[in-house]
Design a binder for this molecule. Structure first.
Ligand SMILES: *Cc1c(COP(=O)(O)O)cnc(C)c1O
Length: 411
């Protein structure tokens, strides 16, 4: 047995420009941070980095929550940890669902054995706050779960007042902010939401594989009670209303909190290189300044939308609730959407996204986020798309997209 270098060469991927709904290209500083030397998990340097990550991500999430840390795994690991730790079998959970990722919440909740209620909007719209209020009044949920930006539909659910609404009804709230963290304003404390999770591979400009999470004291207390039930510890006045034990070991947030606490109780081995990546993502975002970063994503979204419209294409979804970092656009009649994506990749080394569910074959999803929310990358993508559409025989006003995008970037 020996290595056949023809079959198993050194990894040397093409330099693709990833302008889909995520993942996107990682910032080179993040890749450099990931190649730093490893440390033992209880080395004071390592636990020092863990504490720094907690402090950095409090700023990213817009919170003072003590429990702000990382769940090891892709964004879905954060979602699953949040839901399995908050929700006990038989709990009523209201899902505010307006796309594929809302559906994912219901799929995870089904496995937990929750009683699932939903309030929905058609794909391309969001759920008005009054309808969420009505649904809460109707089903008295213990937990209300939703998505901030759902990349499947490119819509961002407004969350101003959402947490307060849940809190007044005695419910805990959960938000999946994977697609917006570091790109659109995230205000966990002002929204008064209890648990928010994210990922690195969208607007934070890192690779997938780490899920930042923040947990309010109220939610941490709720999760802690479930641990006490498990351990048979009687804590006067706190066991009441606590569900049965948390049905996952790896995603048990009570145990993960113990690991990130000063107790440093061993749970898993913190994914050291991903922690370096998460730390560098946050340093880059805060170094740029969150306001400036949100404005840059807004410019990129405006430019992309204007450029697509200047080509005569129709942008998908409600303009008022559009995510800034990913834009859906209808594949024009008579054009083979996959052939255009293939030409974009082969001729220009640019990836744009397809769609799924009811939008499959109907729209492309074009992202401009994190390290790729840059003017030249938006312009290159629009120019390349224009060429590929022309090659497919689609008639369009040549040369209109780029100037329209430049003008909209500054607007
Ligand atoms: C991209 C995305 C995810 C992805 O989760 P992964 O496990 O990292 O693939 C989850 N939620 C939303 C809203 C997303 O846009």
């Amino acid at each position: 047995m020996s290595l056949d270098p023809q079959l198993f060469g050194e990894i040397d991927p093409p330099q693709r420009l990833l302008m889909g709904p995520g993942p996107i290209n990682a910032h080179p500083r993040v890749l450099r941070a990931m190649s730093a030397d490893l440390l033992g998990q209880f080395d004071p340097e390592m636990t020092g980095f863990m504490n720094q990550v907690m402090a950095l991500y409090r700023q990213i999430f817009g919170t003072q929550n003590k429990w702000t840390m990382l769940v090891d795994g892709t964004a879905r690991a954060g979602i699953e940890a949040a839901l399995v730790s908050l929700v006990a079998p038989g709990d009523v959970v209201l899902v505010v669902n307006f796309g594929r990722f809302g559906l994912l919440l219901t799929e995870i909740l089904q496995r937990i054995g929750a009683i699932i209620e939903t309030v929905e909007a058609p794909w391309g719209e969001v759920v008005p706050m009054e309808r969420i209020a009505e649904a809460i009044a109707r089903c008295h949920p213990k937990i209300v779960a939703t998505i901030h930006g759902d990349t499947s539909t490119t819509m961002a659910q407004p969350l101003e007042g959402f947490g307060e609404l849940c809190r007044r009804a005695g419910a805990l709230s959960y938000v999946d902010a994977t697609a917006t963290i570091g790109g659109m304003e995230l205000a966990a404390d002002r929204w008064d939401v209890d648990v928010v999770t994210g990922g690195l591979q969208k607007c934070l400009g890192g690779p997938s594989g780490s899920a930042p999470i923040t947990i309010s004291d109220r939610a941490a207390e709720h999760i802690g009670k479930r641990r006490h039930v498990e351990q048979g510890i009687r804590v006067a006045g706190t066991v009441d209303g606590a569900g049965p034990r948390i049905g996952s070991n790896y995603f048990d947030l009570a145990m993960i909190m113990d690991y990130w606490s000063e107790k440093r109780l061993n749970h898993h081995t913190e994914a050291t290189s991903m922690l370096y990546a998460a730390r560098e993502c946050a340093r880059i975002a805060l170094g740029e300044g969150l306001e400036a970063r949100y404005a840059r994503h807004a410019s990129a979204g405006r430019a992309m939308t204007a450029g697509l419209r200047a080509m005569g294409l129709t942008v998908f979804g409600d303009d008022r609730y559009r995510m800034t970092n990913v834009t859906g656009v209808y594949i024009p009649a008579g054009v083979d959407g996959e052939a255009v994506r293939g030409a974009m990749r082969e001729l220009f080394e640019i990836e744009i996204g397809t769609a799924f569910g009811p939008l499959q074959g109907k729209i492309w999803r074009i992202g401009a986020m994190g390290y790729n929310a840059m003017k030249h990358k938006v312009l290159l993508t629009l120019a390349a798309l224009e060429s590929c559409l022309v090659m497919q025989g689609f008639a369009l006003p040549m040369g209109a997209a780029v100037p329209a995008a430049i003008a909209a970037w500054e607007a």
